[in-house]
Every structure is written in C-alpha cells, then in structure tokens.
Design a protein around this ligand. Structure first.
Ligand code: PBG
Ligand code: ZN
Length: 329
C-alpha cells in the first residue's frame, strides 16, 4: 500500500510551473460584473464613505468611468439609481429620463458591446425605502404588498429594457417577480431582454454600506418579511426553483462569502448560469483591514473571488472589478 513516505503530496507543490499547470480555478475578467451608482445631476463624483474607492456618479462621469473600465477589460456593469424625488410607489424607477435609463441609453449608444444590467427594485425610489408598496397589515403594522408590487417591478423592467438594458436584475424578493417581469417584457416585444434573478437573496447585515451608497435604507422595520432568513438554507432551493420555472435566465446568490455552501448547492441543482454577489459589506471589511495594514488587499481579493468561483459561481458581481481587471490583465 502506498502511503508516506512513498506518497508525498508536496511533490505537486515544489515547482511553481507545476502549481500553475494544476490550477483548476482561474478568474477571467469576462466573468466580472462591476456595480455602479448613478445619480441625477452633472459632473458629479461623490465618494461613498463606507465603500472607499467607490462613488456615486452623474450620467456623464459614469459614462467616462464605464469607458475606463472597458479599456481595462471589463465587459459588464450593474446599474443602481440614486434619485432626489422619491414617492410612496417609487415611480421614478420607471421614468424614461431617470438616471439608470439615461445611462443605459448612453452606454448602449457609445459602448454597445458593454453588457448593461439594470437592478430592478423600488427601494432606491420609494420614500419609505422598502422594495415595494407598503400597506397596513394590522392595527399598527405595515408590510410590503407582494402582488401590488409586481406591476411596478414589471413596469420598471420594461422601462429599463426599452432604454437598452441587456439584462434586468430583479432584487426585490417578491414572489412571482420573475414571471411578472418575463410576461411584461414579452408583451412589450422585448423577448431578447434576459432576466438575471436575485433568486437567493438573504436578509443580511452586509448590505449596510450599499444602503448608504444608494440612499435606500428602510425608514421603518427591516426587510426580513421578503429577504431570506440565513438560518433556513432549504428555502434556497425553493426560491431558485420558482425563478427557474418563472423564466429566469441566470440565477444569483447573495451575499457571496457567507453563503458559499448555498452557491455550491444551487450550482449542483440547476443548469442555468450562476452569479454570486460579493456585496458592499464584504468589500468594506477588506478595505478597512487593508487600510490598517492588517491584510494584503490584492492577495485577499484574489483568494476571496477564487473561493466564490470554486464554490460554483460562473459570474461574480464585485466592487473590486476594476482592481481585479488590472491584477488579472
Ligand atoms: C436593493 C439591493 C440591495 C443590494 C442590491 N440590491 C440592498 C438591500 O436589499 O437592502 C445590496 C448590494 C450590496 O450590499 O452590495 N434591493
Ligand atoms: Zn430593493
């Protein structure tokens, strides 16, 4: 029987060429999706305090940024809108001249090969910061009304697709949102527009910096009546299955690092492409430690994103996309 000292596993690790030859997980710039926050106004670039290196842009400066990203080898952006006029229904989410729609049209006109993904949700547009329409559900309790929200999400997706979005990415976690959006897109003749579904999205404390960036924190309560409970992993399969049945083209798990088990499980259970979202809080943790000199940023980001791929993600949404494009290039 072979065993030590006949077997020596280190023989595969002595030579760096052999190590490279055996590297089974390789990140490619083509697999990265860069999130971008676009607001109203002109010539704006406002740093986001809790996400060092990230900014809110106006449409003009956003377009310059996307050009720079493209020159570095990035291929896809995920757009979030920041607006001044908010209302109960988040109606700015579906106005043709809102920041996301305008930037989408500009990117498609100037950089047509850049893939534009529009985040489809209402929380950045509602006065109360929830992802849908709020209704009383008791004497002094309010909650998001699922079915009334569907029509608004569908309208938002159609408006984003008309502006030129290649994919819409519903993130509100309403039951039936993928089906409602698919039906509305098809009725509008937009059958080429795909749906990247935030199928498995957990109610996570790692979204804090994003809510500062998108100016979208809920003004009361939290999102636990619609986003998933991290103690109940079995619901992940049910959520993904529902979205597959409703017509999702790509699935997503979010956040990434704290849910690698879920990424691996969804990878095995479904044959659709899978994205993972390395979220704002995950970004902030690395940035804070690196700023203190406690971690080597580049090494940690490469190890972290490799872990997300190894778990089974085909695509990675990450605020480190521009850095990764440089490091991988
Ligand atoms: C909004 C949305 C959120 C994120 C993406 N879309 C925040 C939330 O659900 O409150 C989080 C992304 C991140 O933290 O980077 N539906
Ligand atoms: Zn939302």
């Amino acid at each position: 029987m072979a065993g030590f000292p006949t077997t020596r596993l280190r023989r595969l690790r002595y030579n760096s060429t052999l190590r490279d030859m055996l590297a089974g997980v390789e990140l490619r710039r083509e697999e990265l999706i860069a999130p971008l926050f676009v607001r109203e106004g002109k010539n704006q670039q406002r740093p986001i305090a809790s996400m060092p290196g990230q900014n809110q842009f106006s449409v003009d400066t956003a377009l310059e940024t996307v050009k720079r990203w493209k020159n570095k080898g990035l291929r896809a952006v995920l757009l979030f809108g920041v607006v001044e006029k908010k209302d109960e229904f988040g109606s700015r989410a579906f106005s043709p001249d809102a920041p996301v729609q305008r930037l989408t049209a500009e990117i498609k006109a100037g950089l047509p090969e850049m893939l534009v993904i529009a985040d489809t949700c209402l929380c950045e547009y509602t006065s109360h910061g929830h992802c849908g329409v709020v209704k009383p559900v008791g004497p002094d309790a309010m909650d998001v009304d699922n079915d009334e929200t569907l029509a608004l999400l569908a309208r938002t997706a159609v408006s984003q697709a008309r502006a030129g979005a290649d994919l819409v990415a519903p993130s509100a976690m309403m039951d039936g949102q993928v089906g409602a959006i698919r039906q509305a897109l098809d009725q509008a003749g937009l059958h080429r527009t795909g749906i990247l579904s935030y199928a498995v999205k957990f109610a996570s404390s790692l979204y804090g910096p994003f809510r500062e960036a998108a100016e979208s924190p809920p003004q009361f309560g939290d999102r636990r009546s619609y986003q998933m409970d991290y103690r109940s992993p079995a619901q992940a399969l049910a959520e993904a299955r529902a979205d597959v049945e409703e017509g999702a083209d790509i699935l997503m798990v979010k956040p990434a690092l704290t849910y690698l088990d879920v990424i691996a499980e969804i990878r095995r259970a479904f044959d659709l492409p899978l994205a993972a979202y390395h979220v704002s809080g995950e970004y902030a943790q690395i940035k804070a430690a690196a700023a203190n000199g406690w971690l080597d940023e580049q090494a940690v980001v490469l190890e972290t994103t490799s872990a997300v791929k190894r778990a089974g993600a085909d695509l990675i949404i990450t605020y480190f996309a521009e850095n990764l494009a440089e490091w991988l290039g």
